[in-house]
Design a protein around this ligand. Structure first.
Ligand SMILES: *Cc1c(COP(=O)(O)O)cnc(C)c1O
Length: 375
């Protein structure tokens, strides 16, 4: 998945550029001293790239999820539904505002199961967070339909699928709010960082203010005399990250293409032997991970051993299963979800994921695919 493989000269030049200007390492204000706004430029670039009306850059993807929940008015005691194959951050963000994370089962796409979602909705449900895990869009048509009928907003966690599309649109722009992460392991990276995208002016205004102590950043008003829209916090992105982000975003198209070329090689070989993860209709993945099912424990051990011998590893299935399977997070989940949690774990235990790296030559993926298919 990683943009980190391509971090290099261009990003370094962008940082140097800041220091050639009068360096203001702060996203907002200081209007009379600064010559540039790198975070704000990155936001504009994200809006253009993903065809989103608004984008707000923040300090992390985890912060982005929390801000999205706050913007939607989710409060302590409310329920927020997300899926059992996930990254712990999504559930932590819900937990951090005192809301209750409710976990759905996943289906053969390994993302939110719409049927399970339907069963989990009740009158306390205030938001739904489908997560496009390991580059594959969730079944957004079904999820949005269920959400609309019940009048519940949807936050797309697009952190692991930057560049993926659903029905011709980039993920992160299809529901009420999208959230992105640019941490070091994501498709594009700023080291640490995240963003929120939305077409709603109201949600945008809240996110913009909340991540910066409630500041409205009114034009012409010095920062010290600015008005506050709401009680906020500091989840700002730094200018250095903003400058790096602009450069990384320009590389996204070629990153996705390199992923896809390698993914296709595996996809020509592995299905000869194993059943692969289902990709929903209308979904175009970001192709940064290849996931397949291995039915027996014995065979799975062989596959995993082979991938370690080839020095590729298995990324999170099973290498980092504990951080990606909600059944391990009993400190944050509720007992009524135990059946769904067990079901998610059972499904994930049969899966293996192969990380796709750009610096790893295509021939290596030929070798991996061939050796796995002949196990
Ligand atoms: C990485 C990730 C996050 C959190 O992003 P950070 O920037 O590391 O805080 C949230 N959700 C998912 C699915 C992720 O993979």
């Amino acid at each position: 998945m990683p943009g980190y493989e391509l971090l290099g000269r261009e990003e370094l030049e962008a940082i140097k550029q800041i220091f050639n200007e009068k360096p203001v390492l702060f996203a907002h204000g200081f209007d009379n001293v600064r010559r540039a706004y790198h975070v704000r430029d990155f936001e504009k670039a994200l809006e253009k790239q993903f065809d989103s009306k608004h984008a707000v850059c923040v300090s992390s993807g985890t912060a982005a999820i929390k801000i999205a929940l706050k913007a939607l008015g989710v409060k302590a005691g409310d329920e927020v539904i997300t899926q059992g194959f996930n990254f712990i951050a999504t559930v932590e963000a819900i937990h951090d505002i005192g809301a209750i994370p409710i976990i759905t089962d996943v289906d053969s796409t390994l993302n939110m199961c719409p049927k399970s979602l339907k069963e989990k909705i009740n009158k306390k449900t205030r938001a739904i967070i489908p997560v496009h895990m390991l580059g594959v869009p969730a079944r957004l048509s079904d999820i949005n339909k269920i959400a609309n009928i019940n009048d519940i907003p949807v936050i797309e966690d697009a952190c692991e699928a930057i560049g993926a599309k659903y029905n011709g649109k980039f993920v992160g722009t299809i529901t009420d709010i999208g959230v992105f992460s640019f941490d070091f392991g994501k498709n594009i990276t700023t080291g640490e960082g995240g963003a929120i995208t939305t077409s709603s002016k109201r949600l945008f205004d809240f996110a913009r203010a909340y991540h910066d102590h409630g500041h409205m950043n009114k034009k012409g008003l010095p920062r010290g005399l600015d008005d506050a829209l709401c009680a906020g916090f500091n989840y700002r992105m730094t200018e250095i990250s903003g400058a790096i982000g602009k450069v990384q975003l320009e590389k996204l198209k070629s990153i996705t293409k390199s992923h896809k070329d390698r993914y296709k090689i595996l996809d020509n070989l592995i299905p000869q032997k194993f059943q692969t993860r289902q990709i929903p209709d209308k979904a175009t993945p970001s192709f940064d991970t290849y996931v397949f099912h291995v039915s027996t424990t014995e065979l799975k051990e062989k596959v995993v051993r082979l991938l370690h011998e080839l020095e590729i590893g298995t990324k999170n299935l099973p290498d980092a299963m504990k951080w990606h399977c909600a059944s391990y997070w009993k400190h944050m989940t509720v007992d009524r979800d135990l059946v769904a949690l067990a079901s998610v774990q059972k499904r994930l235990e049969k899966c293996v994921s192969i990380p796709i790296n750009i610096r790893v030559p295509e021939e290596k993926y030929e070798q991996i695919g061939t050796e796995i298919a002949s196990l």
